[in-house]
Design a protein around this ligand. Structure first.
Ligand SMILES: *Cc1c(COP(=O)(O)O)cnc(C)c1O
Length: 353
């Protein structure tokens, strides 16, 4: 028995999921006449005529080793956006229950809740983008089912203090905490995955889209108590991760060193970019970053954003986001991309004199 007997939406506990042909026989050898596939081959690509493993066990067993958890604690999704969507669908009764988010933060938590007609409570981060524990206490109520914490956070780039997160995990044992670690590869800080055995109410999200450089493949991960993973598996599309993605993720997992090389490069470029931005008179503040993005407060950010666009340098306008007045979010590029940004900004600074 876990908290999920109580927390999962009742009708999902009893739901009989779709049973795919591949559920009934998991061996690799045999004459497969069970799934109405084309036995001769594929019109395009190579060897894509067979349906993929619906539960992606080969990937999960490698990942379990890499992340220090059990394969049964892993869910793989079509991007972590799928995990975000399914987590809300699993736990929150539409028009009745709520999630709490901590703006400024990643936009998808609110969008997925809105689609499901799940109410979204908000507790803004403090001025230094940390948790406001008193305000969170004031906002949390009977109907609050989940709290979404992004660390390192998007768009601010910083880590959220992990002791504060642990305090909340212990205080609210029947609220599910999702720690979105999309940017964890860029920090030295340990993942919350190591605490899964200690906190039943903990879910961790990670992705192959950022440090691994596989955004186009759409593969994300959720790590959680096995009872919650089982529900996610029940309600996902049967073959949510296509065969090509599964193959390429397996390849990537054999080359963790390449990911680490990319991380080193990006962190080096982040420091170079910071050094280039600091002396510019139009730059008012560069927020501390534990990720591959810099949140920068400018003088007249909106017009700078527009001028950059005209120069075909595209950054993210966050000026309308709470606590991000006059801020642009800059993803760390290659050396030459960052140089182009800096040159464009220098020109703008000259003209604004
Ligand atoms: C980019 C990002 C994701 C990514 O999701 P994918 O669907 O896996 O590409 C998730 N959470 C945050 C905070 C992000 O910034």
């Amino acid at each position: 028995m876990s908290i999920y007997q109580k927390l999962v939406r009742k009708h999902l506990l009893d739901l009989k999921p779709y049973s795919s042909a591949r559920d009934e026989y998991s061996g690799k050898e045999g004459v497969f006449l069970d799934a109405n596939e084309n036995p001769f081959g594929s019109v395009s690509g190579k060897n894509l005529n067979r349906y993929p493993d619906p539960y992606q066990w080969e990937i999960k067993s490698k990942l379990a080793e890499l992340k220090g958890c059990k394969a049964e604690n892993i869910f793989l999704g079509n991007g972590s956006d799928e995990a975000i969507d399914l987590l809300i669908k699993s736990l929150c009764e539409p028009k009745e229950e709520q999630i709490l988010i901590l703006p400024p933060t990643y936009g998808m938590y609110q969008v997925c809740a809105d689609i499901q007609q799940v109410e979204v409570l908000k507790s803004n981060l403090t001025a230094d983008f940390q948790l406001d524990l008193e305000d969170i206490d004031a906002k949390v109520g009977e109907k609050t089912k989940m709290i979404w914490i992004c660390s390192p956070n998007n768009p601010t780039g910083n880590l959220i203090d992990s002791d504060s997160i642990k305090t909340l995990l212990e205080k609210y044992k029947e609220i599910v905490f999702v720690i979105d670690e999309a940017y964890i590869d860029f920090t030295k800080q340990a993942s919350f995955i190591g605490l899964l055995d200690r906190y039943e109410n903990l879910v961790v999200i990670q992705t192959f889209s950022k440090a691994w450089g596989l955004a186009g493949l759409r593969v994300g991960m959720a790590f959680a108590h096995v009872d919650l993973i089982k529900i996610l598996n029940k309600i996902k599309y049967p073959y949510n991760l296509n065969l090509q993605s599964q193959r390429l993720i397996l390849e990537a997992l054999d080359n963790v060193a390449q990911k680490e090389t990319y991380v080193d490069l990006i962190l080096q470029e982040r420091e170079n970019l910071k050094a280039g931005l600091l002396p510019l008179p139009i730059v008012e503040h560069i927020y501390p970053s534990d990720s591959n993005q810099l949140l920068v407060r400018f003088k007249a950010a909106k017009s700078i954003f527009q001028t950059l666009l005209e120069n075909k340098v595209i950054v993210r306008d966050r000026t309308n986001v709470v606590l991000c007045d006059d801020c642009l979010r800059i993803s760390i590029g290659t050396e030459s991309e960052n140089q182009r940004l800096l040159e464009a900004l220098k020109e703008i600074a000259e003209r604004m004199k």
